[in-house]
Design a protein around this ligand. Structure first.
Ligand code: RP5
Length: 167
């Protein structure tokens, strides 16, 4: 099974990205986590990105904040799909990181989840692996079924609560 590589620009990003590896763990998907900065440790980013495919990774999640360029730089160094996670924070609350992710110039695209969308980044990475891995696709399907069951149970509970409030 291909693994997910999760890279973040700073260890200060951990609280905003750990939900990505939590959900990958729930789905039984292997992952590795690295701290590497496109502007502070560019050589490390270069080394991780250029060896990622050979190291068994099938998709990359790149989380960074402020004028985030980690995902774009990473994508310039590998043809693996890269999912940007704009980290909230800084003077603009993450809008700068979001725009620098979704407004990539043509030629080297990246996908992006929303600001602070760590869980979605993990789920989207799983969907990418699931496109060619039936086991991952099955576990993702089961995950969605369990979400559906929770919403259906919540619907029943809230309907009853609302009815009894009327009396
Ligand atoms: C970005 O700058 C990092 O991804 C982080 O979100 C932000 C601040 O980094 P620190 O100054 O906390 O290391 O590169």
């Amino acid at each position: 099974m291909k693994k997910v590589l999760i890279v973040m620009g700073s260890d200060s990003d951990v609280p905003q990205i750990e939900a990505a590896w939590a959900v990958l763990g729930e789905l039984g998907i292997e992952y590795e986590v690295r701290v590497a900065s496109a502007h502070r440790t560019p050589d490390v980013v270069h080394s991780i990105a250029t060896s990622a495919r050979g190291d068994g990774f099938g998709v990359v999640i790149a989380g960074a904040g402020i004028a985030a360029h980690l995902a774009g730089v990473f994508a310039s160094l590998t043809t693996l799909p890269v999912v940007a996670l704009p980290i909230p924070g800084g003077h603009l609350g993450g809008v700068d990181a979001l725009l620098s992710s979704v407004q990539m110039p043509p030629g080297v695209p990246i996908a992006s989840v929303g600001i602070g969308g760590a869980k979605n980044a993990g789920l989207f990475a799983a969907a990418i692996l699931g496109a060619s891995d039936a086991g991952v696709a099955e576990r993702l399907e089961a995950y969605r079924k369990s979400m559906q069951a929770k919403v259906i149970a919540a619907d029943a509970r809230v309907r009853v609560e609302a009815k009894s409030a009327k009396k």
